[in-house]
Ligand binder design. Structure first.
Ligand code: HMG
Ligand code: MG
Length: 297
């Protein structure tokens, strides 16, 4: 049967804002994170300590974490390498995420590494983070298809994903970076991880909604046994280094489905919608979320 509750891992301030052409002022980013926390989101991924030239939208990462005060330290932040980790450690961050790729083309474009080279970058990063007592999440991108390489075999994703976990990550988030996956593929990938000894409770799913499949895919993962779902408020997001990546699954759409199924999230949908309406004004474009459109009225 379905669980009583699941965890929503909110990525709007990071995955959402990293792909907006508008540079959002740091004050508005801090307000966004605080409003998401106040709306009941249990995890709010705040920003990335990546090279500021690669993602100028998040160049203010340090300022944002400082502005959020002591509470800001518990929000996960992305770090690609030891340099990024050091920046996070200097600010007292307690939770970091590394982000690997299942394909060589995307590893090259996103990390300036091959699939093999990314492990040489992550290995000392995770070891150091763990020795500092930090929790580490790992992402794997291009799990369902790659804009340059096409289909990505399930075995290739499992091979990269299990290696990322073996480095010492506590959770693996499976990214459909360009939103091409469908529900049967989700089930097949989860089955393959389970067969490789990785149970659903170590996994999270991270769907982008390019082909309108994100919510159906989340439903398939829920019924399979996954209990952590990545989404972004208002459906913001994408990835600047992946062609044809659009927004993440909207948190509002996910919450509507989950609450309708009687699965708790702790999220106050009204407060969340108000937050997304406000952020849409900051960005100067309407939210792509259907639930936001329906409830904002
Ligand atoms: P590189 O140019 O190969 O870096 O970039 P490098 O190691 O050769 O260093 C070059 C210079 O950058 C050096 O400075 C370093 O100190 C500096 P110099 O000595 O020349 O003065 N540097 C840094 N500065 C600040 N922070 C750092 C850092 N690292 C090096 N962390 C690198 C390699 C990994 C840094 C680069 O490729 C990068 O920053 N990539 C990040 C791209 C990114 O953020 N993409 C979006 C996130 S992934 C995503 O969205 C997918 C996800 O949502 C899941 C899904 O949907 O599938 C997670
Ligand atoms: Mg993403």
């Amino acid at each position: 049967g379905l669980p009583e509750a699941v965890t929503i891992w909110e990525v709007g301030p990071r995955d959402g804002l990293q792909n907006e052409s508008a540079i959002v002022p740091v004050e508005a980013k801090a307000e966004f994170v605080e409003r998401l926390v106040a709306a009941g989101l249990p995890v709010v991924e705040a920003t990335s300590f990546v090279h500021p030239k690669w993602v100028p939208q998040l160049a203010d990462a340090a300022e944002l974490v400082q502005r959020l005060g002591p509470d800001g330290r518990r929000h996960p932040v992305l770090v690609p390498n030891e340099r990024g980790l050091q920046r996070a450690i200097d600010l007292g961050c307690e939770h970091v995420a590394i982000f690997g790729s299942a394909t060589d083309t995307f590893a090259q474009r996103n990390l300036n590494s091959s699939v093999e080279e990314q492990f040489a970058m992550f290995e000392p990063t995770v070891t150091r983070a763990r020795s500092e007592g930090m929790d580490v999440r790992a992402y794997v991108s291009m799990c369902f298809g790659d804009p340059w390489e096409g289909d990505v075999p399930v075995e290739q994703v499992v091979a990269v994903g299990t290696r990322l976990l073996d480095l010492g990550a506590s959770q693996l988030s499976l990214g459909d970076t360009i939103g091409v996956g469908t529900a049967g593929h989700v089930t097949a990938l989860l089955d393959a991880f389970n067969a490789a000894g990785v149970p659903d409770d170590v996994l999270a799913v991270h769907f982008h909604d390019t082909y309108g499949q994100a919510l159906a895919n989340a439903g398939a993962a829920l019924r399979h046994g996954v209990r952590t779902f990545d989404s972004s408020a208002g459906g913001l997001g994408g990835c600047p280094y992946a062609e044809s990546a659009t927004g993440n699954l909207a948190t509002e759409d996910l919450v509507w489905m989950l609450h309708g199924l009687g699965v708790g999230t702790g999220v106050d949908l009204e407060a969340l919608v108000a937050t997304s309406v406000w952020m849409a004004e900051v960005l100067g474009r309407p939210s792509p979320s259907r639930v936001v459109a329906a409830l904002a009225g």
